[in-house]
Design a protein around this ligand. Structure first.
Ligand SMILES: *Cc1c(COP(=O)(O)O)cnc(C)c1O
Length: 395
């Protein structure tokens, strides 16, 4: 069967594939789009900003009319901070659902902002469930907002945002979603999942280069956000109002990054939008995970929780396995992998997003196999402790 997605190009000679969830491997067309300079006030660039905003809103599907899109300079965390500061009023209180580094970062951001909050800390990877959210909200009427991470990139778990949303709105509270690593590949339709605002960035599933993020929020929330932000540069309301009035960003926009992103959005549409992109990433994951499991590697999560974004594997128990060595052997073969972020057992991560298809993933598996052979590791099975840890998820 021929793949349905447009042709995937090899990175240029000598460039490794980035099996990391952003920055990731981009197409040549995306890189080439940056070979020009734009005046930030010029009509041509204003048209690009308009196209960017409307194309992103189109990805919401039904119900998009109630929302608007506000791009924001900086990395993804800048947009998360902008969202939290702008939509949670100073007198509000947030419940942060944390099961990894990005949930913790949202909590830390609220700490910096001086916003009252509590954290449901599920450890390294256990999913926050709807019934837990319902209980906490019932016990604490002061909570106004719930903050959820869509795909927690530090483990790769796809969190159950649908049941979280149901519990949140059943209790009359509001939901804000960090969909940084999921948006563009996993549906987040307001007609299916209710939320007030969500954030993502240029260098994740849309496959652009790093330089800005974007907040997609209900227009009534954008109106109401006036005066909430602690920060001039991260004020979502101010950026939105200025952009609607002038067509321009308030401060110097990352012009080349926007140009690259427009190209990336076109490729995203040509691939079949969110469904097409998600299907390619899912095949990437399935081919890669099957090949790794055949060698004895085990995933942290069972299939129900695996995202098509990034997958955590336990390091093999074999003493001859040394992660730094494995990393460098993989890099020599053209693949940059990611260290793990689990606190209890050694692990590493392999991303499925970026300009890669299942053929590339077969080569990733082959490279892992050769790397193990070069280290003298005959079985990639993890230590018993890792499997005991994983059993917590099933319990
Ligand atoms: C990438 C990412 C972010 C933002 O990280 P930056 O390094 O600031 O771009 C936030 N949340 C999640 C879930 C992410 O994957």
């Amino acid at each position: 069967m021929t793949p349905s997605h447009p042709k995937i190009e090899q990175p240029r000679l000598g460039e490794p594939y980035l099996l990391t969830p952003g920055p990731l491997t981009t197409s040549y067309a995306v890189k080439e789009a940056m070979l020009k300079d734009w005046g930030s006030w010029d009509d041509d660039f204003r048209a690009m900003t308009r196209e960017l905003r409307s194309s992103l809103l189109d990805l919401l599907g039904d119900g998009a009319d109630a929302f608007d899109c506000v791009p924001m300079q900086g990395s993804g965390s800048f947009s998360v901070e902008a969202m939290l500061a702008s939509f949670i009023p100073p007198e509000g209180k947030a419940l942060v659902l944390a099961n990894g580094a990005y949930g913790q970062r949202s909590a830390q951001t609220l700490q910096y902002l001086g916003r009252d909050h509590i954290v449901l800390d599920k450890g390294d990877y256990l999913p926050p469930r709807g019934d837990e959210v319902a209980r906490i909200l019932a016990d604490d009427p002061a909570i106004t907002h719930v903050v959820a991470i869509h795909c927690e990139t530090s483990s790769g778990i796809l969190n159950p945002v649908e049941e979280i949303s149901e519990a949140t709105y059943a209790a009359g509270r509001k939901l804000l979603i960090d969909s940084m690593s999921a948006f563009g590949a996993i549906e987040l339709r307001p007609s299916d999942i209710r939320y007030e605002a969500m954030v993502s960035s240029a260098n994740k599933c849309i496959e652009g280069v790093p330089g800005f993020g974007f907040i997609v929020a209900r227009k009534n929330e954008l109106e109401a956000a006036k005066g909430n932000s602690h920060s001039l540069s991260l004020d979502v309301h101010a950026q939105w109002a200025h952009m609607n009035k002038t067509g321009q960003w308030r401060f110097t926009p990352p012009t080349h990054v926007v140009a690259a992103f427009i190209e990336a959005l076109r490729a995203h549409a040509a691939e079949g939008g969110v469904a097409g992109r998600g299907a390619r990433y899912t095949r990437n994951r399935d081919v890669m995970v099957a090949g790794m499991r055949e060698m004895g590697f085990e995933t942290l999560l069972d299939n129900r929780w695996l995202s098509p974004i990034i997958v955590t594997f336990f390091c093999p128990a074999d003493e001859k396995f040394v992660f730094d060595r494995f990393y460098n052997l993989m890099k020599d073969k053209g693949f940059i992998i990611y260290p793990g972020k689990l606190t209890v057992v050694d692990s590493f991560r392999v991303g499925c997003i970026g300009q890669m298809d299942e053929d590339v993933m077969r080569n990733v598996v082959r490279a892992a196999k050769e790397s193990l052979e070069e280290m003298g590791v005959t079985n990639a099975a993890p230590p018993l402790r890792a499997l005991e840890e994983r059993a917590k998820l099933a319990a």
